[in-house]
Design a binder for this molecule. Sequence first.
Ligand SMILES: [Fe+2]
Length: 291
Amino acid sequence: MITFDLHYHPNVCRVSPSVRQRRLLKHASHIRTVGVDYLACTEHAYKNPLDGYRFLRDALGPYSNTTLIPGVECISREGVDIIFLFRRESDLEDYVRHVRPFSWTVTDMEKMARDFNAITVVPHPFSPGKTGLAKVMGLETYYQVTEKAHYVEVHNSASHLMKRFARKKFAKQFDTIQKQIAWTMDLPHEYRMDGVGWAVGSDVHFPGQQFYIGAADVAMQPGEDWFDLLKGRIKFEPVETEALDMSLGMEYRCLIKNSRCVLSESTIKAHKRAKRWIRRSLSDFAAKQAA
Ligand SMILES: [Fe+2]
């Protein structure tokens, strides 16, 4: 049995050095407790993913039982999240140097994966947020893009807290949100395609929230590494971790912290997207004037 968490955010961008240090120590301690074999560090493209990876790698140290995978959760022009995983840190470095957030479209995903030798994951396609492929682009595009991905995220733990919250009586009337949360926790089989692997991601933004990790009964062949193994499009199943044993008070504290984080990420995204739009409009205008 081998375990992978294919979606994890160190979330140490734009915080003071002391907060960063404390958060990284806690990440390392929780990751050690959970004991996942492979962990993909997939910081958002607009939150210095390379720094995030290096900070978390250093916090885990050279003797960690968990292998850290360099990755990024990149955002397309349409506002859709796609995860890219790389074999080496230098591949992530190369990607970050050449690809800006909001500068590509979801149909570029396959070519980008080829160009940068990356494994692709379509995360939380029906997420209650505004970055899920199916939710933003509709089912037709979802099928077109996802069939070319290595993985679709069939379980995302970040919705675990929301799931509990949405069960409370004052949220019960929001059937659509409940459905989106349920489908983010467990993607219905009709949206899983033949030949596309099943990814499990905790989508952690704060230490101690790695509620589920992915497990599969597979083994590496001689001469293979984790990258070759993942290319085999494995069907991971979610497995509970100790982090699930959380008091109700702690759950509410986590929900508040996560909501603040979502709000700040939305603000950064809106700002970066607007800047990119203005720059593109100005260059289109200049091109028209010159013609
Ligand atoms: Fe994420």
